[in-house]
Design a protein. Sequence first.
Lengths: 73, 73, 148, 148
Amino acid sequence: MITIEFLGPIQKAPLTLEASSLRDVAEVLKQDSEMTQWLENCAVAVNDTLVASLDTPLKSGDKVSLLPPVCGG
Amino acid sequence: MITIEFLGPIQKAPLTLEASSLRDVAEVLKQDSEMTQWLENCAVAVNDTLVASLDTPLKSGDKVSLLPPVCGG
Amino acid sequence: MLELYEGGLNVPEIITRWYAEEAQFNYGAYIPFIGTVREEDGIDGLSFDVYEPILNGWFDAWQSKAEALGAKLKMAHSRGDVLVHQSSYIAAVFSPKRRVALETIEKFVEDFKVSAPIWKYDLRGGQRLYAADRSTPILGAGILGEKQ
Amino acid sequence: MLELYEGGLNVPEIITRWYAEEAQFNYGAYIPFIGTVREEDGIDGLSFDVYEPILNGWFDAWQSKAEALGAKLKMAHSRGDVLVHQSSYIAAVFSPKRRVALETIEKFVEDFKVSAPIWKYDLRGGQRLYAADRSTPILGAGILGEKQ
């Protein structure tokens, strides 16, 4: 099982699901109409490290974080 | 009569002389061997405004200042 | 050093403490950048969410880059609500030399704006509204939305 | 505003007072650049001569340029002796926006180095030695040495 957490303005409780790569995560989130506006502009971190590929493998216990557009300062 | 003042590291007392342009000032200062090292790297101000031409006219009472290379900060 | 505070920053305390902390390390240039909440469009203030684990990693990577140039970085940021005319952000560089300090503070502040995992909200009439139009996707964002 | 002081600057007093002075003017960015005397080549400190009439004119011209961008400049500098690890120079910009602040502080500080009528001396073994090798002729210098 992996955990997905939604940061900042995404008002959504964490999800727990089975996934072996980010591709599986994308499949699940695309079914969620609330998430449509976020998938195209969110960065993704696995265990708090930003990743650049959908092929990033996942193992049980991993944490996937979605980071929407930022504006610090 | 005009006055010439020497700023910063130029260890020289002010001079008073007759001059109708900076060209006259240059003629006089070139006779002064102490000034050789400074004439080529000093900027010149007339009445506290920097000037760019030897043809700058001077009138009685004007103050000419020589500003050697700077390093503030 | 990265410092997070609830609410507006105590700017005098922070910028003078940082100056004192580095006084004996022979830096020739110190440049703090102080960001203050502007009164505009009728907002009461701004509010911030900060995701600390990734912010720390981003900051540590920048600190390593600065150290390679002989420089040092410090940063302070607010969480939660910051009213207009209060400050929410300080980024600072110490460096032996002027050029490195000027170049580093500019790059650090600009990268902060597009990379640091911090989310901004307008405070308006008791509501906290995500500042979507002023926000920037992090470099590499969007992979989950790719056609497969 | 341009402030000259005998000896080293009271940096905490100056940078916090400036921050307070501008607190109600709705600037979004404040960047002070603080220059400190480094211990190097065995010097005891630096010493400065300042020619105030032309410095004021130079500063006023910069202030006008900054105002055209909605920004404001402040500066403090030492006269006389400043020992190692003391500060001799603060330049600061206030601006509504980040980009103008970052660009203006860089240009202002760089132009200061080659234009402000200030002369630097090394303090070494009780002597005050002109720092000729680190000094820059002001733009347009040399007219008195031209062949006629």
